[in-house]
Design a protein around this ligand. Structure first.
Ligand code: ADP
Ligand code: MG
Length: 720
């Protein structure tokens, strides 16, 4: 009892109320080491390798896939299929062949239709001891085809009579190398799970509301878990997966929504009731263009949030060039009108400097001067900034991570704008929010759109606004993929554009983890380009990761002011750079870039009134995936469309920003294919909380219990 009460530091009466919420220990909470066949050492391995501590955790460690063992193949009918197959026969003879690394143990298995060679390269002494010629075996494994001769390497072998019967769908569990080294293989996992199912105490409480089970005819949880780990047939397996997928999406959404409602209940947000002088003056006199309807709508949503007395937590989605910056600026002016400071946090110094510059330009004529604070701000300037920030003299602060350092104190921070959010961790967001006694409003802006399903999963606790139209008068960027042998033609084209007064970006791939190699490749790229477009007729800016921030800024400055024609760069220019006169973006080795990156890079052009172009240069053999990326870029300029293809190609785990998100909890559902189920789960979770916000109804007891647990996380990073 005391164990549960200790989590609740309230007085006794409250504590009793709290106890009702505590999850009572049951069979599933039993530590795995008490399971027959586990013991302290194996329990330790399960814990350190897979994060499995209790019997319940073991059941929540879902199979990654199932192998169909319902069929035994005749050796004569084996093709080159490399999927797992099983054969049944007698081992006729065994042999040890070769020496050194080529040493292998082979066994010939024979059924009534033919012979198959089984091969082992590792664990030979053990195999040699256990394989008995003359005995009958069931061998399961993948087939190798070596010069037309089929063999099976490292098969799973079972010898005794009952194993000869087909076993249907066998679960294959995700395992780590560490477990394999300890000889804790799939078979061990299968046995443990069977031991659990055979225990008379085995029971699983239901955690979905009965009404939902009924409405969608979902399997109950106990049956679903049994069928997932040990399916009676394919159909039951699918039903089990469906139910458990729904469950995991439902809880993911429920946790997001709970976070959101709890925040609204417990945090008193700052009330920005005034639309004052700063906003109005800017809007009437300094707005450089008419806002699009999409921008106006989003601004209305933001203003509504800020008035209510709740803390705004809003995600602003919009394509590259859709005009998110002005929306941020107007929101910041609202903060100032209500007596608060505002800040913008950007992921790189270049981007922070760019924001600082464009905000300063737009605010020219107003009595507001944004201040820039980055890692390379000098000590002296920094000291002055910190003082003026604390006294409230600085209304707008723009910066990088430097903003979240401990000694940065605001007088009254009212709004935090986080640009290109995917590069910031959740913890950093929280730290910034904590810089004020009352948490400031938060506006998160994505660099490129992310698919709706991903937004719901990763940012499910935020409200979402979308700018769905680009400002009018833009000519769509013309994109072409070209073989590198056509480079002379590309260069001629650049010459023409430059002669017409335009500027050009020329981008080379970033070389991961090696500034030195990157510089080399950039410099040889520069040499290559200058052969066609020689200096001093053509003037160059060069930007790469090795430059100091002020050198970088200097190069950018020259390009921005038209002093140079061509900017040679790595992806450091990917985000935020805004030079409307630049009309061509050439990307070398374009096949090496991800879709989000290509789209961001392309977004650097097409920002002025002139027709703009993007040339994707690639050569050699393209991978299927690389080809699809280039085709997609040529086919569309719609960032939402591109992000969908990106998600399909890369998979949810590889998308930016997913590391710290709930996505890691998804073991069965895949947001690429389960969109409908995800939306359903979200709607049902919303309905549930609307109907019973505190989950006090008896039929929601199971839900309340489930939410009280911390979700079990598999240590996916280790799994091979
Ligand atoms: P992003 O959403 O990629 O951050 P920006 O805010 O940088 O886009 O805007 C891209 C360009 O479009 C900028 O040059 C900006 O001045 C311009 N712009 C933004 N909104 C409008 C508008 N309503 N009408 C015309 N131009 C606009
Ligand atoms: Mg931007």
């Amino acid at each position: 009892m005391a164990k549960y009460a200790s989590a609740c530091p309230q007085p006794l009466v409250l504590r009793i109320a709290c106890l009702k919420f505590a999850v009572m220990p049951g069979f599933l909470d039993t530590p795995v080491e008490f399971l027959k066949g586990v013991g302290p050492q194996r329990a330790d391995a399960l814990k350190t390798e897979l994060g499995i501590q209790s019997i319940g955790d073991l059941l929540m460690h879902y199979p990654a896939r199932h192998e169909d063992r319902s069929r035994i193949y005749k050796i004569a009918e084996l093709g080159k299929a490399d999927a797992g197959v099983q054969v049944s026969g007698v081992i006729t003879h065994i042999d040890l062949i070769g020496a050194g690394p080529g040493r292998r143990f082979v066994a010939n298995i024979k059924d009534e239709t033919g012979n198959l060679q089984l091969v082992w390269f590792q664990g030979i002494p053990w195999v040699a001891k256990s394989v008995k010629p003359g005995d009958r075996y069931l061998a399961f494994g993948r087939l190798n085809d070596y010069k037309g001769r089929i063999s099976m390497a490292h098969p799973e072998l079972e010898s005794n009579a009952q194993a000869i019967a087909p076993k249907g769908l066998v679960p294959v569990y995700p395992l780590t190398d560490g477990m394999r080294r300890k000889k804790l293989e799939n078979r061990f996992m299968v046995q443990m799970v069977q031991t659990i199912f055979n225990d008379p105490r085995f029971d699983v409480p239901e955690n979905l509301p009965p009404a939902l089970l009924k409405e969608f005819q979902l399997l109950d949880r106990k049956t679903a878990l049994r069928q997932l780990h040990s399916p009676s047939d394919l159909k039951s397996l699918e039903k089990a997966q469906h139910r458990l997928k729904f469950e995991e999406l439902f809880y993911l959404q429920l946790r997001h929504l709970q976070l959101k409602t709890n925040r609204n209940r417990t945090i008193k947000g700052l009330v920005f009731s005034e639309v004052g002088d700063h906003f109005n003056t800017f809007y009437k006199e300094f707005l450089p263009f008419e806002l699009t309807d999409a921008q106006k709508n989003v601004l209305r949503e933001i203003r509504a949030d800020m008035r209510t007395g709740r803390q705004m937590n809003r995600l602003l989605q919009g394509d590259v060039g859709s005009g998110k910056t002005i929306v941020a600026l107007l929101s910041m002016l609202l903060a100032v009108d209500n007596g608060y400071q505002a800040c913008v946090m950007a992921p790189t110094e270049i981007l922070a400097a760019q924001h600082h510059l464009s905000l300063s330009e737009m605010l020219e004529g107003m009595n507001i001067k944004p201040v820039l604070l980055t890692g390379s701000t000098t000590k002296k300037t920094r000291k002055a900034i910190l003082e003026n920030l604390k006294s409230g003299e600085i209304p707008f602060l723009i910066g990088t991570h430097a903003l979240i350092e401990q000694d940065v104190e605001f007088k009254n921070l009212g709004l935090v704008v986080i640009d290109e959010q995917h590069r910031f961790g959740v913890a950093q967001r929280a730290r910034l929010a904590s810089k004020s006694s009352t948490p400031p409003h938060i506006l998160v802006m994505t660099a490129t759109p992310i698919p709706r399903t991903l937004a719901m999963t990763v940012y499910g606790d935020l409200d979402v606004s979308v700018i769905d139209r680009l400002p009018g008068g833009r000519k769509p960027i013309i994109t072409a993929a070209r073989h590198h042998s056509t480079r002379p033609l590309i260069m001629d084209f650049l010459k023409k554009e430059i002669a017409a007064g335009r500027q050009v970006y020329y981008v080379f791939p970033l070389i991961e983890d090696s500034d030195k190699l990157e510089l080399q490749s950039l410099m040889s790229g520069y040499d290559m380009v200058t052969e066609f477009l020689p200096t001093p007729d053509f003037k160059y800016s060069i930007v790469h990761g090795r430059l100091k921030p002020d050198e970088k800024e200097n190069e950018m400055h020259k390009f921005r002011n038209g002093l140079t024609d061509i900017m040679i760069a790595t992806t450091v220019i990917e985000v935020g750079v805004n030079v409307p006169n630049a009309t061509v973006m050439v990307i070398e080795n374009a096949e090496r870039f991800g879709l989000a990156q290509l789209h961001q890079l392309r977004g650097r052009v097409g920002r002025g009134g002139n027709q703009s172009y993007c040339v994707l240069v690639a050569g050699g053999k393209l991978s299927e995936n690389g080809k699809k990326r280039l085709d997609t870029m040529v086919r569309t300029t719609d960032g939402f469309e591109i992000s969908k293809v990106d998600l399909e190609l890369r998979g949810p785990g590889e998308m930016d920003g997913t590391r710290q998100s709930g996505l890691l909890e998804l073991k069965l559902a895949d947001i690429r294919y389960d969109e409908n189920l995800l939306v359903l789960a979200r709607n049902k979770a919303e309905d549930l909380l609307n109907d019973d916000p505190l989950l006090m109804k008896p039929e929601h007891f199971g839900v309340r219990q489930e939410l009280a647990k911390t979700p079990h996380r598999t240590v996916w990073s280790k799994i091979a």
